[in-house]
Design a protein around this ligand. Structure first.
Ligand code: DHB
Ligand code: MG
Length: 232
């Protein structure tokens, strides 16, 4: 770890201390994830707080998440919803689904959060075919090698004026020149270009500090689907 990494870590924890206080439910979720052997790759508290602010600023009532893991990010988001809000979260790993359902139940959020077990892309296609009501807010944090394939269905499932947020778009700077065999980073770099060029969206990618030990450079996109986009 070099001096810049160490400094970045300290800055991350300094900011988390000021702005990233977890509810007791969220502290319990991390402990349960650890006990159940889930990987510690959940969003950071600063990203959780950012999601909460975006949800509240947008007045979002319906949220779709792709990539539940242990339910940590779903609980951050659900805590920002109004009492009549709903969050649907998709997870393909059965162990992760079990952990997430237990954590959501322990957080008293079973009325708000529904975990759907299955693969993201087919489930999104089925929702589009069914004419599911469009979402106010969509958060993507799933399998990185499929990231470019998620963008189109996600845009279609977002209401005009709604928000799309995507995690892990810088990957410790590896997106600057993805390795020849690094399919995940290649996919992320392609998605970044797609986001930047999509005329239906107004977007930015903000750098973030992440990682189990902290101080790792990553990025998160925030996009607004244009209000004049039409439901398509
Ligand atoms: C990792 C981090 C993430 O936020 C994620 O969604 C997947 C993987 C990682 O650090 O490997
Ligand atoms: Mg992530």
């Amino acid at each position: 770890m070099n001096i810049y990494h160490e400094q970045a870590r300290k800055v991350q924890f300094y900011l988390e201390d000021l702005f990233g206080r977890e509810s007791s439910s969220l502290v319990n979720v991390r402990r349960n994830m650890d006990q159940m052997g889930l990987p510690p790759i959940q969003i950071t508290p600063l990203i959780g707080k950012t999601l909460q602010l975006l949800i509240k600023i947008a007045g979002a009532k319906t949220i779709l998440e792709i990539g539940t893991l242990g339910g940590y990010s779903a609980i951050w988001m659900a805590e920002a919803l109004p009492t009549d809000g709903k969050l649907l979260t998709i997870e393909q790993n059965p162990l992760h689904c079990t952990a997430a359902r237990a954590n959501i139940s322990a957080a008293n959020l079973t009325e708000v959060v529904e975990v759907i077990e299955g693969e993201g892309l087919p489930l999104l296609e089925a929702m589009i075919q069914k004419g599911t009501a469009l979402f106010d807010f969509i958060f993507l944090d799933a399998d990185k090698s499929n990231y470019p394939h998620y963008l189109e269905p996600i845009i279609q499932l977002t209401r005009p004026g709604g928000l799309i947020v995507i995690d892990n778009l810088v990957r410790r700077g590896k997106v600057l020149s993805p390795g020849a065999n690094d399919r995940q980073t290649q996919a992320v770099a392609l998605l970044n270009q797609m986001i930047a060029n999509d005329q239906r969206l107004e977007s930015v990618i903000l750098p973030t500090l992440v990682g189990y030990k902290g101080g790792d450079l990553d990025g998160i996109s925030i996009s607004r689907k244009r209000a004049d986009c039409g439901a398509q």
